[in-house]
Design a protein around this ligand. Structure first.
Ligand code: NAD
Ligand code: MG
Length: 380
């Protein structure tokens, strides 16, 4: 039995990971952590019987302890609880399906404890890739991508020499506003932005997909996962989300991974790598598909993507500013405190004001996050 723990078990990736566990029957879930959905956590706890659960607030932890008092399951809370779940003895793979930079410390601690990481939490790699990747190498830990594009790249690299890669072709659906101009985006409401054409995901990443900031984060994520400069990562809009990404080699050959959009494929691939398992679900039928379309991304209208390239090229603390500004701005947009286009304006403003720092420590990254939040709060 493979032994895993999951951060963010109640979210979109977390629940799909548990579906993969349920269907395969040979994975043991030792630890679960989530924000505060106590009802779902109780259900998951009773079904998967982990040893340890963690929720964000102590108040929710108390609630959960009462609900689970007839079991032996221990309930922890806060950052301490997240780290405890991440470093549990016997766990082989930690699935990081938590949303946001809050995943940095637990991920770093898990690597130090020798756990392989099935990584969905891209914000962690975007902001601390220069710490995480060398640490993983030093501790002989694998970072297995769960993001569908990065899983596709990972699969397309198998059996080929990394030194023969000429570029990475990162596909994008273009989101719900593909083809729109800036003036069309002035009055976008939360409901409009939450409607993704091909994928059903958590709220933050759905907004990020609509602004193309998600693709920007993925460009930087690819830089760290595959050791390439961001300028060798080319974004290609593929509206049907059938090609999940590609790798071009020096001889012009292109390897790709295709399929119907289903996050369970990259999740299962990361959990069983290098083994491929059966996965029930719809298969791609080229006869009925008929065609695939491609476009160049519109980086003038969706200039969050351009800002991501700037941040990825500069490195240092700038990607943290890009990411932290986006995290808070998206939160404010979801709370209906700012307008849609302000998300990118805020990111740009914070990046312009920032004095970049090379090779930041974990503490400097977290300080930069805090300073970015303070700048945004002071705008009100
Ligand atoms: P989600 O919002 O559906 O779920 C987030 C999870 O994190 C929830 O379980 C929530 O309880 C937990 N969480 C949030 N704050 C927490 C806290 N303070 N302490 C403990 N737990 C906390 O998000 P998602 O769509 O599943 O995305 C998760 C991550 O995976 C993100 O980084 C996202 O970019 C990435 N990702 C998601 C998808 C997808 O299809 N959903 C695809 C690729 C990558
Ligand atoms: Mg993705």
């Amino acid at each position: 039995m493979k032994k895993i723990a999951i951060l963010g078990c109640t979210g979109s990736i977390g629940t799909q990971t548990l579906e993969v566990v349920r269907e395969n029957r040979d994975i043991e879930v030792l630890g679960l952590a989530a924000g505060g959905n106590v009802e779902l956590l109780e259900k998951q706890a009773r079904e998967f019987e982990p040893r340890l659960i963690s929720v964000w607030t102590e108040e929710k932890a108390k609630e959960l302890r009462v609900k689970l008092q007839d079991t032996d399951i221990r309930v922890a809370s806060g950052m301490e609880g997240l780290i405890e779940v991440s470093t549990m003895c016997d766990v082989e793979i930690l699935v990081t399906a938590i949303v946001g930079m809050i995943g940095i410390r637990p991920t770093v601690e898990a690597i130090k404890a020798g756990k392989d990481i099935a990584l969905a939490n891209k914000e962690t790699l975007v902001t601390a890739g220069h710490i995480i990747m060398p640490l993983a190498k030093e501790r002989h830990v694998s970072i297995l991508p769960v993001d569908s594009e990065h899983s596709a790249i990972f699969q397309s690299l198998r059996g080929n020499e990394t030194k023969a890669v000429s570029k990475i072709l990162l596909t994008a659906s273009g989101g719900p506003f593909r083809g729109k101009r800036e003036e069309d985006l002035l009055n976008i409401r939360v409901e409009d932005a939450l409607r993704h054409p091909n994928w059903s995901m958590g709220q933050k990443i759905t907004i990020d997909s609509s602004t193309m900031v998600n693709k920007g984060l993925e460009v930087i994520e690819a830089k760290w996962l595959f050791g390439v400069d961001v300028d060798r990562v080319q974004v290609v809009v593929q509206p049907q989300s059938i090609i999940h990404s590609m790798v071009e080699y020096v001889d012009g050959a292109i390897m790709a991974e295709l399929g119907t959009p289903d996050m369970k494929l990259p999740i299962q691939y990361a959990l069983y790598y290098p083994e491929r398992r059966n996965l029930p679900g719809e298969r791609l039928d080229f006869w009925s598909l008929g065609r695939l379309d491609f476009e160049k991304p519109d980086m003038d209208t969706f200039y969050g993507l351009k800002l991501a390239y700037d941040a990825g090229r500069a490195g240092g603390t700038l990607p943290t500013v890009f990411n932290a500004a986006n995290e808070l701005a998206v939160k404010q947009f979801l709370n209906r405190e700012i307008k849609y286009l302000e998300i990118i304006e805020i990111i740009e403003d914070c990046m312009k004001a920032h004095k970049n720092m090379d090779d930041p420590t974990l503490e400097q990254i977290l300080d930069t996050e805090k300073a970015t939040y303070e700048r945004i709060e002071s705008r009100r």
